[in-house]
Write a protein that binds this ligand. Structure first.
Ligand code: ATP
Ligand code: MG
Length: 409
């Protein structure tokens, strides 16, 4: 298929997509190289096709998404990459899309920020489809990332992301609420989440933090803008890339994210779980995106008896251990520990609904509350004895991949 890659209303390049695989076969004319996705290199006017392809295919629902195989069967589509073209590659997290050759369509008429979208893909992903054919594929669900079951819905005129938890404890939706409240108390810019129920199943819901003028650029993409030298730490490389791009206030926000992740023992802050916001037209860097996706934390996949054990907790994105990662924080002075004096109540109130207690279990809730209170105490003593360290590659993560809930079970 012959088409043009656009960034909102700006034509970026003409490309050929392979109909059978959904991958980019050829890049023809490049109109606006500065509007190529972040981290795609252009050498001597030639765009790196392999990296553009990686970016494009990463837009598809990952194969590890809970329930995706069944959804593809329902939709009679062989691969999630083939869903991309069915919605012009449009997303609710950025402003890229493709226009098939000779199609008379404009961004204003098709983007999902202003225009309604179909529930068909979300229904298929949630195993709710009543249809067997005639699906309407125009949905931002085709371009949503992440392993957990999720769908976009327009609720009271707002674009909202609804996301499930992983079995057996389905703790992530509650964790999102706890993390939101901790960030609210500590004044950390964040995406607020709440829990909604569908029968016995809890889901988190949050609003789209991207607008039709802005877009999220993941830390992974930011890191692709420069080659990382072996002697440079992962943290140092990220900060260096942000500095060269001119993104403001990155280190203070990294401090906040690392502190939050320490408190909640986050195990999955990989490089697609944070990033920067930019204006999609002017390309101005607006700063760190509000913190989102903090659910894989608080011992979400551990037995209640194991939740308080501080060893064996995975850590990302910079160091393999939280005790090492927290040393990267340059300033703890902004933390008002008094705001977390009732941390156990913050945890318990997230589970206050009767069905939450039933679904998660009182013993488990108690274990989460105890362990997070302990982590706040330890953090406080770390903050008191804080000294700046030299950045090294010791304990650096080797690669950044998302937790795979399917294979973990
Ligand atoms: N509120 C939001 N507004 C805009 N985009 C969002 C929002 N929340 C998430 N996203 C985008 O959707 C992607 C998937 O969401 P999220 O990270 O919450 O899912 P997940 O299944 O928990 O991911 P993971 O595989 O990391 O566990 C994010 O990486 C981000 O690009
Ligand atoms: Mg995620």
């Amino acid at each position: 298929m012959q088409c043009t890659l656009l960034h909102k209303r700006i034509a970026v390049a003409d490309i050929t997509l392979d109909d059978a695989t959904g991958t980019i076969q050829k890049i023809q004319k490049v109109y606006a190289p500065q509007h190529l996705p972040v981290g795609i290199s252009v050498r001597g006017g030639v765009v790196d096709r392999a990296s553009l392809n990686e970016w494009w295919t990463d837009r598809a629902i990952p194969a590890s998404r809970s329930g995706v195989r069944q959804a593809l069967e329902t939709l009679n589509v062989a691969d999630t990459k083939l869903l991309l073209t069915r919605c012009f590659g449009l997303s609710l997290s950025d402003q890229y899309w493709i226009r098939p050759e000779r199609a008379q369509i404009e961004w204003d008429d098709v983007n999902f920020f202003d225009n309604p979208f179909s529930d068909d893909i979300g229904d298929a992903l949630f195993g709710r489809t009543k249809k067997t054919d005639g699906f309407d594929f125009s949905s931002p669900d085709n371009t949503s990332d992440g392993c957990l079951k999720k769908r976009w819905k327009i609720i009271n005129g707002k674009r909202c992301l609804i996301k499930g938890g992983s079995n057996p404890f389905v703790q992530q939706p509650f964790n999102e609420v706890i993390a939101s409240e901790i960030m609210e108390r500590l004044n950390i810019p964040h995406v607020p989440y709440m829990v909604i129920w569908d029968g016995d199943e809890p889901y988190s819901v949050c609003e789209d933090f991207v607008t039709k003028d802005t877009e999220l650029v993941s830390a992974w993409r930011i890191m692709q803008t420069q080659k990382k030298s072996n002697s440079m730490s992962v943290y140092g490389h990220f900060v260096y890339c942000c500095k060269l791009l001119g993104a403001p206030d990155v280190v203070p926000m990294l401090d906040r994210m690392i502190v939050l992740d320490y408190i909640i023992a986050n195990e999955d802050r990989h490089l697609n779980n944070f990033g920067l916001l930019r204006n999609a037209e002017t390309l101005e860097w607006l700063g760190f995106a509000p913190i989102f996706d903090s659910g894989s934390s608080l011992g979400y996949d551990k037995l209640a008896s194991q939740i308080s054990v501080s060893s064996g907790i995975d850590c990302k994105p910079f160091k393999k251990h939280h005790d090492e990662q927290v040393k990267l924080v340059s300033d703890f002075g902004w933390i008002d520990f008094g705001k977390l004096s009732d941390i156990k109540d913050i945890v318990k109130s997230a589970f206050s609904a009767e069905r939450a207690k039933e679904r998660v279990g009182e013993k488990r809730i108690e274990a989460i509350a105890e362990s997070v209170a302990r982590r706040v105490e330890v953090l406080q003593s770390i903050a008191q004895s804080h000294a700046l360290i030299k950045l090294t590659t010791d304990d650096d993560v080797d690669k950044n991949i998302a937790a795979d809930y399917i294979h973990k079970q």
